[in-house]
Design a binder for this molecule. Structure first.
Ligand SMILES: [Zn+2]
Length: 293
């Protein structure tokens, strides 16, 4: 049976050697297969993550875990696969810990910082008893083209959260979920550098889609070890699907262009291609290269 891992060794190695491993969101079966295929083809470790909304859409956390495990087995995926809950609230994190997800994010950024701290501490205790990795969030990631809705993480909070044993930390550094606006100010490298100098745990860059490559590379050189990618694949899927339909392939009755397995194929292949490019950006080494050092 598929052996999902918590990724702690991989992310520690990433932080030490200045590369990142992509954290790719899944939305359905096609997304899952496209991501696992890119990981297998490139022989690189992969983190497959599911948001609360996507898990609800697919039928729940247990279904998602079973599906990922079964796909890993049926596709013969022979690289480390980390299954991770993305932006879980307290209840979601507890449920995924119970189900044996190897990695969870507890996102308490909307809570007062004292409560975020307290709840993160509880989650860490429960998770670590089962060898489950925990990501927490401090500061705030901006939402949907609105950089002003974000909030910079402070060095003091980073140190406090690292001290309670959090395995990875997502810090607000001017990043945004969704599509970046044309007048975006860019990442706050000064704050990232200050945080990276203060704590040695792997740091997480949320909203990794649509940031210029040189900024992503600089963030990784400073201590970002996990880069979350979601919007990038949604756009790749959308564009390839739009092209298929605009070229009229779905209307081709003779070749059954309306068959969902054909209709969804270009988008699925576009996700795999987009991920292979992202692996280059992040400098994710192959499994062989990681085990050599
Ligand atoms: Zn995020």
């Amino acid at each position: 049976m598929a052996n999902l891992v918590n990724g702690n060794d991989i992310f520690a190695d990433a932080r030490a050697h200045h590369y990142a491993v992509g954290a790719y969101n899944i939305n359905n079966l096609e997304w899952t297969r496209a991501i696992l295929k890119a990981a297998k083809d490139t022989q690189t470790p992969v983190l497959v993550q599911v948001s609360m909304g996507a898990a609800r859409y697919m039928g729940g956390y247990k279904f998602v875990k079973d599906m990922v495990e079964d796909q890993v087995d049926s596709m013969g995926v022979n690289v480390p696969v980390i299954l991770h809950l993305d932006h879980g609230d307290y209840e979601a994190a507890l449920e995924c810990i119970k189900l044996g997800y190897p990695s969870v994010m507890f996102d308490g950024h909307q809570l007062p910082i004292a409560e975020n701290y307290q709840k993160t501490k509880e989650i860490v205790k429960l998770a670590h008893a089962q060898n489950i990795s925990v990501e927490a969030e401090i500061g705030k990631i901006g939402e949907n083209q609105n950089a002003a809705s974000g909030e910079l993480a402070t060095v003091e909070d980073a140190v406090r959260f690292a001290q309670i044993g959090v395995d990875k930390l997502a810090c607000g550094i001017g990043n945004i979920h969704g599509i970046y606006p044309a007048d975006w100010q860019g990442l706050n490298f000064q704050r990232l550098d200050e945080i990276a100098n203060a704590i040695s745990i792997p740091l997480v860059l949320h909203g990794g889609s649509g940031i210029h490559r040189d900024q992503v590379e600089r963030a990784i050189s400073l201590g970002i070890s996990k880069v979350n990618i979601n919007t990038e694949f949604q756009l790749a899927f959308q564009q390839a699907t739009r092209k298929y339909i605009e070229e009229g392939h779905d209307l081709d009755k003779e070749h059954k262009g309306y068959d969902p397995r054909k209709l969804l194929l270009p988008g699925t292949e576009a996700i795999t291609a987009s991920m292979k490019e992202m692996i280059q950006w992040l400098g994710t080494p192959s499994v062989d290269e990681i085990s050599q050092d």
